[in-house]
Design a protein around this ligand. Structure first.
Ligand code: KIV
Length: 262
Protein backbone atom coordinates (compact mmCIF):
# COMPACT_ATOMS: atom_id res chain seq x y z
CA UNK A 1 0.00 0.00 0.00
CA UNK A 2 1.23 3.50 -0.83
CA UNK A 3 1.13 6.08 1.96
CA UNK A 4 -2.50 7.11 2.37
CA UNK A 5 -3.42 10.79 2.56
CA UNK A 6 -6.66 12.75 2.63
CA UNK A 7 -6.29 13.12 -1.16
CA UNK A 8 -6.20 9.32 -1.56
CA UNK A 9 -9.58 9.08 0.19
CA UNK A 10 -11.20 11.84 -1.92
CA UNK A 11 -9.95 10.04 -5.02
CA UNK A 12 -11.46 6.73 -3.84
CA UNK A 13 -14.79 8.46 -3.25
CA UNK A 14 -14.71 10.09 -6.70
CA UNK A 15 -13.98 6.70 -8.29
CA UNK A 16 -16.80 5.06 -6.32
CA UNK A 17 -14.33 2.73 -4.54
CA UNK A 18 -15.30 1.87 -0.97
CA UNK A 19 -12.56 1.63 1.66
CA UNK A 20 -12.25 0.00 5.08
CA UNK A 21 -11.41 1.77 8.35
CA UNK A 22 -10.60 -0.06 11.58
CA UNK A 23 -9.83 1.08 15.10
CA UNK A 24 -6.50 0.23 16.73
CA UNK A 25 -4.87 1.17 19.98
CA UNK A 26 -1.38 -0.38 19.87
CA UNK A 27 1.61 -0.94 17.60
CA UNK A 28 1.13 -4.70 17.10
CA UNK A 29 -2.37 -4.46 15.59
CA UNK A 30 -1.41 -1.28 13.76
CA UNK A 31 1.44 -3.15 12.03
CA UNK A 32 -0.95 -5.93 10.94
CA UNK A 33 -3.40 -3.33 9.61
CA UNK A 34 -0.65 -1.78 7.52
CA UNK A 35 0.37 -5.22 6.20
CA UNK A 36 -3.22 -5.97 5.22
CA UNK A 37 -3.43 -2.60 3.45
CA UNK A 38 -6.31 -0.99 5.33
CA UNK A 39 -6.31 2.67 4.37
CA UNK A 40 -7.39 4.31 7.62
CA UNK A 41 -6.76 3.52 11.30
CA UNK A 42 -8.96 5.22 13.87
CA UNK A 43 -7.52 5.57 17.35
CA UNK A 44 -10.96 5.90 18.86
CA UNK A 45 -11.86 6.91 22.37
CA UNK A 46 -13.69 3.55 22.24
CA UNK A 47 -10.44 2.50 23.92
CA UNK A 48 -12.25 3.53 27.11
CA UNK A 49 -14.68 0.65 26.53
CA UNK A 50 -12.55 -2.02 24.91
CA UNK A 51 -9.12 -1.45 26.50
CA UNK A 52 -9.99 0.11 29.85
CA UNK A 53 -13.27 -1.72 30.54
CA UNK A 54 -15.18 1.51 31.20
CA UNK A 55 -18.92 1.69 30.51
CA UNK A 56 -18.54 4.83 28.36
CA UNK A 57 -15.88 6.92 26.61
CA UNK A 58 -16.21 9.77 29.11
CA UNK A 59 -13.28 8.78 31.37
CA UNK A 60 -10.80 8.82 28.46
CA UNK A 61 -8.25 11.64 28.78
CA UNK A 62 -5.79 13.39 26.48
CA UNK A 63 -2.96 11.47 28.18
CA UNK A 64 -4.62 8.16 27.26
CA UNK A 65 -5.22 9.27 23.67
CA UNK A 66 -1.68 10.58 23.13
CA UNK A 67 -0.20 7.35 24.54
CA UNK A 68 -2.24 5.11 22.21
CA UNK A 69 -1.82 7.37 19.15
CA UNK A 70 1.96 7.29 19.50
CA UNK A 71 1.94 3.46 19.77
CA UNK A 72 -0.31 3.11 16.69
CA UNK A 73 1.89 5.51 14.72
CA UNK A 74 5.06 3.58 15.61
CA UNK A 75 3.53 0.40 14.17
CA UNK A 76 2.30 1.85 10.90
CA UNK A 77 3.81 4.33 8.48
CA UNK A 78 1.34 3.91 5.60
CA UNK A 79 -2.27 4.13 6.85
CA UNK A 80 -3.87 7.49 7.57
CA UNK A 81 -4.23 7.81 11.35
CA UNK A 82 -7.36 9.53 12.63
CA UNK A 83 -7.58 10.17 16.38
CA UNK A 84 -10.43 11.21 18.63
CA UNK A 85 -10.20 14.25 20.81
CA UNK A 86 -11.79 12.89 23.99
CA UNK A 87 -14.68 14.19 26.09
CA UNK A 88 -14.31 17.89 26.98
CA UNK A 89 -10.99 18.23 25.13
CA UNK A 90 -12.57 20.66 22.62
CA UNK A 91 -15.22 22.38 24.75
CA UNK A 92 -13.59 25.73 23.91
CA UNK A 93 -11.72 26.77 20.78
CA UNK A 94 -8.49 27.23 22.73
CA UNK A 95 -8.78 23.72 24.21
CA UNK A 96 -9.45 22.33 20.74
CA UNK A 97 -6.38 24.02 19.32
CA UNK A 98 -4.05 22.97 22.18
CA UNK A 99 -5.31 19.38 22.28
CA UNK A 100 -5.41 18.92 18.50
CA UNK A 101 -1.79 20.10 18.34
CA UNK A 102 -0.87 17.61 21.06
CA UNK A 103 -2.54 14.67 19.32
CA UNK A 104 -0.96 15.59 15.96
CA UNK A 105 2.45 15.76 17.64
CA UNK A 106 1.77 12.29 19.09
CA UNK A 107 1.40 11.00 15.52
CA UNK A 108 -2.15 11.54 14.27
CA UNK A 109 -2.82 12.87 10.76
CA UNK A 110 -6.46 13.87 11.37
CA UNK A 111 -8.42 14.74 14.53
CA UNK A 112 -12.02 13.60 15.06
CA UNK A 113 -14.61 15.67 16.91
CA UNK A 114 -18.17 14.66 17.83
CA UNK A 115 -20.90 17.19 17.17
CA UNK A 116 -22.88 19.28 14.69
CA UNK A 117 -22.98 22.86 13.48
CA UNK A 118 -21.96 24.22 16.89
CA UNK A 119 -18.45 22.94 16.05
CA UNK A 120 -18.18 24.85 12.77
CA UNK A 121 -15.98 27.65 14.15
CA UNK A 122 -13.70 25.12 15.85
CA UNK A 123 -13.40 23.09 12.63
CA UNK A 124 -12.58 26.23 10.62
CA UNK A 125 -9.99 27.31 13.15
CA UNK A 126 -8.23 23.91 13.08
CA UNK A 127 -8.34 23.42 9.32
CA UNK A 128 -7.10 26.98 8.67
CA UNK A 129 -4.12 26.08 10.83
CA UNK A 130 -3.37 22.92 8.84
CA UNK A 131 -5.08 20.30 10.99
CA UNK A 132 -7.46 18.05 9.01
CA UNK A 133 -10.71 17.30 10.86
CA UNK A 134 -13.09 14.34 10.77
CA UNK A 135 -16.61 15.11 11.98
CA UNK A 136 -18.84 12.58 13.78
CA UNK A 137 -22.65 12.75 13.66
CA UNK A 138 -25.50 10.44 14.64
CA UNK A 139 -24.85 8.48 17.80
CA UNK A 140 -22.07 10.50 19.42
CA UNK A 141 -20.96 8.42 22.42
CA UNK A 142 -19.46 11.39 24.30
CA UNK A 143 -23.05 12.75 24.54
CA UNK A 144 -24.59 9.46 25.69
CA UNK A 145 -26.05 11.06 28.82
CA UNK A 146 -27.71 13.81 26.82
CA UNK A 147 -28.97 11.33 24.19
CA UNK A 148 -30.49 9.12 26.90
CA UNK A 149 -28.57 6.01 25.87
CA UNK A 150 -26.91 4.36 22.89
CA UNK A 151 -29.74 4.69 20.34
CA UNK A 152 -30.17 5.13 16.62
CA UNK A 153 -30.28 8.85 15.72
CA UNK A 154 -32.07 10.74 12.94
CA UNK A 155 -35.12 8.48 12.74
CA UNK A 156 -37.77 11.22 12.42
CA UNK A 157 -37.94 13.81 9.66
CA UNK A 158 -36.88 16.79 11.78
CA UNK A 159 -33.88 14.97 13.24
CA UNK A 160 -32.86 13.72 9.78
CA UNK A 161 -33.05 17.25 8.34
CA UNK A 162 -31.05 18.58 11.26
CA UNK A 163 -28.33 15.97 10.63
CA UNK A 164 -28.13 16.84 6.93
CA UNK A 165 -27.78 20.54 7.83
CA UNK A 166 -25.12 19.73 10.42
CA UNK A 167 -23.15 17.71 7.86
CA UNK A 168 -23.31 20.58 5.35
CA UNK A 169 -22.26 23.12 8.00
CA UNK A 170 -19.30 20.96 9.01
CA UNK A 171 -18.21 20.51 5.42
CA UNK A 172 -18.46 24.26 4.77
CA UNK A 173 -16.29 24.76 7.86
CA UNK A 174 -13.65 22.42 6.43
CA UNK A 175 -14.05 18.78 7.52
CA UNK A 176 -12.32 16.29 5.21
CA UNK A 177 -14.02 13.17 6.61
CA UNK A 178 -17.28 12.43 8.40
CA UNK A 179 -18.25 9.45 10.58
CA UNK A 180 -21.96 8.60 10.73
CA UNK A 181 -22.77 6.26 13.61
CA UNK A 182 -26.08 4.42 14.04
CA UNK A 183 -28.27 6.32 11.60
CA UNK A 184 -30.88 4.96 9.20
CA UNK A 185 -29.30 3.72 5.97
CA UNK A 186 -31.41 6.04 3.79
CA UNK A 187 -30.29 9.11 5.73
CA UNK A 188 -26.62 8.03 5.55
CA UNK A 189 -27.00 7.57 1.79
CA UNK A 190 -28.37 11.12 1.40
CA UNK A 191 -25.56 12.66 3.46
CA UNK A 192 -22.96 10.65 1.52
CA UNK A 193 -24.36 11.97 -1.77
CA UNK A 194 -24.55 15.57 -0.53
CA UNK A 195 -20.96 15.76 0.77
CA UNK A 196 -17.80 15.86 -1.33
CA UNK A 197 -15.86 14.64 1.73
CA UNK A 198 -15.72 10.85 2.21
CA UNK A 199 -18.33 9.54 4.67
CA UNK A 200 -17.47 6.61 6.94
CA UNK A 201 -20.38 4.62 8.33
CA UNK A 202 -20.85 2.37 11.34
CA UNK A 203 -24.37 1.07 11.72
CA UNK A 204 -25.23 3.42 8.84
CA UNK A 205 -25.99 1.03 6.00
CA UNK A 206 -24.09 0.02 2.89
CA UNK A 207 -24.13 3.27 0.93
CA UNK A 208 -21.48 5.31 2.73
CA UNK A 209 -18.06 5.70 1.10
CA UNK A 210 -16.32 3.66 3.81
CA UNK A 211 -17.07 1.49 6.82
CA UNK A 212 -15.47 1.49 10.26
CA UNK A 213 -15.55 -1.23 12.90
CA UNK A 214 -14.12 -1.34 16.38
CA UNK A 215 -11.28 -3.88 16.12
CA UNK A 216 -12.33 -5.80 19.22
CA UNK A 217 -15.92 -6.10 17.93
CA UNK A 218 -14.75 -7.60 14.63
CA UNK A 219 -12.52 -10.02 16.55
CA UNK A 220 -15.41 -11.03 18.82
CA UNK A 221 -13.55 -9.82 21.92
CA UNK A 222 -16.14 -7.32 23.15
CA UNK A 223 -18.56 -8.42 25.89
CA UNK A 224 -21.61 -7.53 23.76
CA UNK A 225 -22.27 -8.55 20.15
CA UNK A 226 -23.55 -5.33 18.56
CA UNK A 227 -26.21 -5.79 15.88
CA UNK A 228 -24.31 -3.66 13.33
CA UNK A 229 -20.91 -5.31 13.90
CA UNK A 230 -19.65 -8.62 12.59
CA UNK A 231 -17.19 -11.10 14.08
CA UNK A 232 -14.83 -11.78 11.15
CA UNK A 233 -12.49 -13.88 13.31
CA UNK A 234 -15.26 -16.46 13.83
CA UNK A 235 -15.38 -17.23 10.11
CA UNK A 236 -11.64 -17.05 9.40
CA UNK A 237 -9.97 -18.35 12.60
CA UNK A 238 -6.94 -16.09 12.21
CA UNK A 239 -6.44 -12.39 13.00
CA UNK A 240 -4.71 -11.45 9.72
CA UNK A 241 -7.30 -13.41 7.73
CA UNK A 242 -10.09 -11.68 9.68
CA UNK A 243 -8.67 -8.23 8.84
CA UNK A 244 -8.32 -9.27 5.20
CA UNK A 245 -11.88 -10.62 5.12
CA UNK A 246 -13.24 -7.40 6.63
CA UNK A 247 -11.31 -5.21 4.16
CA UNK A 248 -12.44 -7.33 1.22
CA UNK A 249 -16.08 -7.39 2.38
CA UNK A 250 -16.12 -3.59 2.60
CA UNK A 251 -14.42 -3.07 -0.77
CA UNK A 252 -16.81 -5.46 -2.53
CA UNK A 253 -19.93 -4.14 -0.78
CA UNK A 254 -20.58 -7.41 1.09
CA UNK A 255 -20.40 -5.69 4.47
CA UNK A 256 -22.64 -4.42 5.89
CA UNK A 257 -25.73 -6.41 4.94
CA UNK A 258 -29.27 -5.27 5.74
CA UNK A 259 -29.24 -7.16 9.05
CA UNK A 260 -26.31 -4.95 10.17
CA UNK A 261 -28.15 -1.76 9.16
CA UNK A 262 -31.05 0.31 10.50
O1 KIV B 1 -14.23 5.73 19.23
C1 KIV B 1 -14.46 5.06 18.22
O2 KIV B 1 -13.93 3.96 18.03
C2 KIV B 1 -15.37 5.61 17.24
C3 KIV B 1 -15.94 4.70 16.19
C4 KIV B 1 -16.91 3.76 16.78
C5 KIV B 1 -16.50 5.42 15.04
O3 KIV B 1 -15.68 6.77 17.28
Amino acid sequence: MKTVTINTLYKLKQQGDKFPVITAYDAAFSRLIEQVGIEVVLVGDSLGNVIQGQDSTLPVTMEHMAYHVSAVRRGNSKSLIVADLPFMAYATEQQAMDNAARIMQAGAHVVKLEGGAWLARTVAMLTERGIPVCGHLGLTPQSVNKLGGYRVQGRDEAAAEQMINDAIALEKAGIDLLVLECVPATLAKTITEVLAAPVIGIGAGADTDAQVLVLYDMLGLSPHQLSFAKNFLAETGDVTAALNAYAEAVRTGLFPQSEQSF
